[in-house]
Design a protein. Structure first.
Lengths: 253, 262
């Protein structure tokens, strides 16, 4: 677990909101190791979604580099995209297609063979308990099932890295728990998971390492075990709140 | 590694999806078109001649009205597009596919063009047959008219797509009809010819020349009817190419502003 699959070097992102500049990310540097679940935490506006969007190649960085296997992702963007599965915050599924068709077309966009698509669709629908909804329209699904389909779509082409941006937001506790098991399963299958969340219990249960972003800056990257030892706290929530107080006090000072 | 052939295959798969959806929707689209077609035929074959409109104007007005129908379909699609950019965000999924963005946007426009042509073309063919006494059927230039119709569909869809990216959401929702689409439609010679407008007032005719829809309507009439009463199809093609280039510039600026894609 010590080889970085993604390295972020001095990454900054600025844009204009109206006439005022927003510095969403400032000199962010971090390594994401192969096969780990990397939890990105932060309060609203910390820059989590901006960072995951840049890693998902939705937006370019203003400056800095993102390296995939030591090569800039922009040098071979399409190859990087083939290695990536992105599960965004908004449930942007294809509402004109059924559950099964959503997966079939996702496979086709990645140029998988039709026989592989059929097998993978069946496998994912079973794994994510979507088989009984195969012929359902997307709009007929519950929020939890939509989220499962979103994850299944991101996994369809067997990516090496999966970015999950707030995957359980607004879901019932039992569905959240089921999705956690799915994420655990991804890790067990050797997939690197970048998990953006502001649910601290979720980050604690799933993440190998935690990164706290605050006002676009990396404040902390540490394994959960080290973090608990250093702070002498048992719950990530307490650690996070202490850190937050510390950052805010520092800003006031 | 992303060869042109890989890009082309992904492009085809996206197109295949759109055609799959179009197959499901086409009956509804045709039904809507048929309703308009029946009303148009009743209007042009029966009612308008009763009001003293010369028979020679029925065919040009019908063809103009077909382009008007296309305009309505495209404007409706531009509303779908802007809602997607801001709410559904389906476009963001497409932007993470291993396909360069230029190919992606070309594919979207291509699908829109196919849908527009598939939705309107039967309207024109059936309408021409139904209104045969007003058309010199043997003189209709299908060979010129069909490619011109596809060109019009392409430029119009490019324009509609570009508008959905160029304007800010709330401005678009509140103002695009009264300040852009409505003006374009009202100031276009659907129910008269540009030449008649010129005879009425050269100033008004000059004003019509800044409207891209004028070239769509007049060029299509010229290509189909081959008459010199309309602005020549070749001239209209040149003007439409110019408007197409403006649409591409608007689209580039708009995409950068709204999506900021890689």
């Amino acid at each position: 677990m010590s080889i970085p699959i993604i390295s972020v070097k001095n990454l900054s992102k600025s844009y204009f909101s109206g006439k005022s500049p927003v510095h969403a990310l400032q000199n962010v540097s971090l390594d994401i190791m192969q096969g780990e679940v990397f939890g990105l935490l932060g309060v609203n506006g910390a820059g989590k979604t901006t960072l995951s969007s840049i890693l998902a190649t939705l937006h370019p960085a203003t400056s800095g580099h993102v390296l995939y296997n030591d090569k800039s992702i922009y040098q071979d963007l399409m190859n990087y995209r083939r290695a990536l599965g992105f599960c965004p915050q908004s449930q942007n599924l294809d509402t004109y297609l059924t559950v099964e068709e959503n997966l079939i077309f996702a496979g086709r966009y990645f140029l998988m063979s039709e026989s592989d698509i059929a097998a993978r669709t069946k496998e994912l629908m079973q794994q994510l308990e979507l088989t009984r909804y195969a012929q359902f329209e997307v709009d007929q699904l519950s929020g939890g099932n939509k989220q499962r389909l979103l994850i299944a779509r991101a996994l369809m082409h067997r990516p090496k890295i999966v970015i999950l941006d707030e995957p359980t937001v607004g879901l019932d506790p039992d569905i959240r728990k089921k999705l956690w098991d799915i994420i655990k399963q991804l890790k067990a299958n050797g997939i690197t998971v970048i998990l953006t969340t502001h649910y601290l219990d979720e980050a604690e249960y799933l993440s190998d390492r935690i990164c706290i972003l605050h006002r676009g800056k990396v404040k902390l990257i540490e394994s959960l075990k080290d973090l608990k030892e250093r702070h002498q706290q048992q719950k990530l929530e307490d650690i996070f709140l202490n850190c937050l107080k510390e950052y805010q006090a520092h800003e006031q000072y | 590694m992303n060869s042109i052939s890989a890009n082309f295959r992904i492009f085809s798969m996206l197109l295949r999806r759109d055609m799959h959806v179009l197959r499901q929707r086409i009956l509804g689209i045709w039904f809507d078109t048929m309703v308009i077609l029946c009303l148009d035929i009743m209007l042009f074959a029966c009612l308008i001649p009763l009001m003293g409109l010369p028979a020679s104007m029925i065919a040009p007005i019908f063809l103009g009205s077909a382009i008007g129908q296309m305009f309505f379909k495209v404007t409706a699609r531009s509303f779908d597009s802007i809602r997607d950019i801001h709410f559904t965000k389906f476009i963001e999924y497409h932007l993470t596919l291993p396909l360069p963005k230029t190919w992606l946007f070309a594919q979207i426009i291509c699908s829109w063009v196919i849908e527009t042509v598939a939705g309107i073309a039967p309207f024109i063919i059936i309408g021409v047959i139904a209104l045969h006494k007003f058309f010199a059927l043997s003189l209709i230039g299908w060979l010129k008219g069909i490619p011109f119709f596809i060109l019009v569909a392409t430029i119009m869809n490019m324009g509609g797509f570009a508008c959905s990216y160029y304007y800010e959401y709330s401005w678009f929702m509140h103002n695009v009809w009264p300040r852009r689409y409505g003006l374009i439609y009202t100031l276009c010679p659907v129910y008269f010819s540009w030449e008649q407008a010129h005879a009425f007032s050269p100033r008004v005719a000059q004003l019509l020349l800044i409207n891209p829809l004028t070239y769509c309507v007049e060029g299509f009439r010229s290509a189909m009817l081959g008459s010199n009463q309309f602005i020549a199809a070749s001239l209209c093609m040149g003007a439409l190419t110019f408007f197409g280039m403006i649409s591409i510039l608007m689209l580039r600026t708009g995409v950068k502003k709204r999506l900021d894609p890689v």
